[in-house]
Design a binder for this molecule. Structure first.
Ligand code: NDP
Length: 455
């Protein structure tokens, strides 16, 4: 036991901080946490969870549309945004209570307020000053807007969860996770959605087939996707917001949402004074053990800008607690981390794109299928599913699996276990499919794609 007030002080009650605090307390550490807003962090309060609830809500639009092909007469439907938001808010309040309870049950002392560092062992929360042997920075990140005139008229994902009314016409800037997820949400609920992406194709960094296929699929759902297009300014007009684009044209809309990336929450924490190093983007610099340049201060999650995904922050927090308080040193593992974009349709991905695999392994085999899902035969929907495997030709190991289609997140989670375990293409081939499913296509991919997939 240290001579400090606490063995561990966690700044930030989000996914990473909560996991680290609870596990450390389980090892017998005296733990405190400070949270300035609501327990649960980005994921629970203004990220993954409310987003997924809105995705579920908006997906009904597709079901209503498809039902006629199966004999249903769907009466005129009406959507009530405020009812959706109220239901979502009730669920978030329930979850927040659970998060706070997790700390209380683990014997963690909670401080409701903003914490700053005074020195490497001293934390100030309002008029309270406490000391701790170890400090964990788990303050997450925040959305950033493009630096153009009229940016103050834009909303970000933070505000999107609390809009009073559903905007009739929305422009979303960005071609990443948040832009595409909210494009699907607003589109499903009936807004007219335009997505502006500055580059050649959305989802930079993803497999090119996924990028191209998703772009084509979301256009089929009615989203106006414009690539090589960006906003130069926004101004208030008489009938709405006027968005000026790089090609000189304008759009009149009710809402402009910036989904142009997130920045680490490091400002005003007192890091410089204490000597905690940050990088150009303001992220806390850490080693593999999540240790900062000040040896007793650690950082996990989005504030370190390593791999900004909730389950990764949780892993980092857990590994930190095991290492520092559990005498079980281990570092978080970033290899073959699966991810999903909850666009409509979903993207699910694990491992390498074919471009990255080719760079890493030289010779690769690529298997790919694009097909009409069985549901679409009767619904008449034009949707197509894409599935793809990338295989290291030398070892036969599957090093990438990618999908665009309904429930791709659910499907890729299962595939990710096989890939993490080192499955070979022969193991996929030896696995019997579940018929009729879409997922069975992953075990019936026989023909290699002949041409190089990308030039
Ligand atoms: P992303 O980094 O995914 O996407 C940002 C997008 O905005 C990119 O398309 C980028 O273009 C574009 N952009 C950046 N700056 C500008 C600018 N000044 N003007 C115009 N366009 C710009 O960020 P998000 O905000 O979507 O999400 C942040 C992170 O949160 C994600 O990367 C992910 O780690 C995490 N997240 C995960 C989710 C999930 O797991 N389902 C859901 C939501 C978020 P370019 O490609 O050219 O840089």
């Amino acid at each position: 036991m240290s001579g400090y007030d606490f063995d561990l002080f966690v700044i930030g009650g989000g996914s990473g901080g909560v996991r680290a605090g609870r596990i450390a307390a389980g090892y017998g550490a005296r733990v405190a946490v400070a949270e300035e807003y609501r327990y649960g962090g980005t994921c629970v309060i203004r990220g993954c969870v409310p987003k997924k609830l809105l995705v579920y809500g908006s997906e009904y639009a597709h079901a209503f549309r498809d039902a006629a092909g199966f004999g249903w007469t769907v009466p005129p439907v009406r959507f009530d945004w405020s009812a959706m938001i109220a239901a979502k808010d009730r669920e978030i309040a329930r979850l927040e209570k659970i998060y706070r309870g997790l700390f209380e049950n683990a014997g963690v002392k909670t401080f409701d307020g903003r914490a700053t560092l005074k020195d490497e062992h001293t934390v100030v929360i309002g008029d309270r000053t406490v000391t701790a042997d170890k400090i964990l920075i788990a303050t997450g990140g925040h959305p950033v807007k493009p630096a153009v005139p009229g940016a103050e008229l834009m909303i970000t994902s933070n505000e999107a969860f609390h809009l009073k009314d559903l905007p009739k016409r929305v422009v979303i800037i960005g071609g990443g996770y948040i832009a595409l997820e909210f494009a699907g949400i607003f589109n499903g609920f009936g807004s007219q959605v335009t997505v502006l992406y500055r580059g050649e194709q959305i989802l930079r960094g993803f497999d090119d087939d996924i990028r191209n296929h998703l772009a084509a699929e979301i256009v089929k759902t009615g989203i106006d996707l414009r690539v090589k297009s960006d906003v130069t300014s926004v101004e208030q007009g008489d009938g709405g917001l006027i968005v000026h684009l790089t090609d000189g044209s304008t759009l009149e809309v009710d809402c402009v949402m910036a989904a142009t990336g997130r920045s680490p929450n490091t400002n005003g924490l007192g890091l410089e004074a204490v000597g905690v190093e940050t990088d150009r983007d303001g992220a806390v610099v850490v080693n593999a053990w999540s240790q900062t340049s000040v040896p007793n201060i650690y950082a996990v999650g989005d504030v370190t800008n390593r791999m900004n995904l909730t389950p990764v922050a949780i892993r980092e927090g857990h590994a930190f607690a095991d290492t520092v308080f559990g005498k079980k040193p281990r570092a978080a593992d970033y290899e073959y981390v699966p991810a999903a974009v909850f666009s409509q349709p979903n993207v699910g991905t694990v491992g390498l794109s074919d471009t990255d695999a080719r760079k890493k392994f030289g010779e690769i085999d690529v298997y790919r299928t694009i097909f009409r899902p069985m549901r679409a035969t009767l619904s008449g929907s034009e949707e197509r599913i894409l599935m793809k495997l990338v295989v290291d030709a030398r070892t036969d190991r599957v090093v990438g699996a990618h999908m665009v289609g309904p429930e791709a997140g659910e499907i890729i989670q299962g595939i990710a276990i096989a890939i993490k375990a080192g499955a070979k293409k022969a193991d996929f081939d030896a696995t019997v499919g579940i018929h009729p499913t879409a997922a069975e296509e992953f075990v019936t991919l026989r023909e290699k794609v002949r041409e190089p997939v990308q030039a």
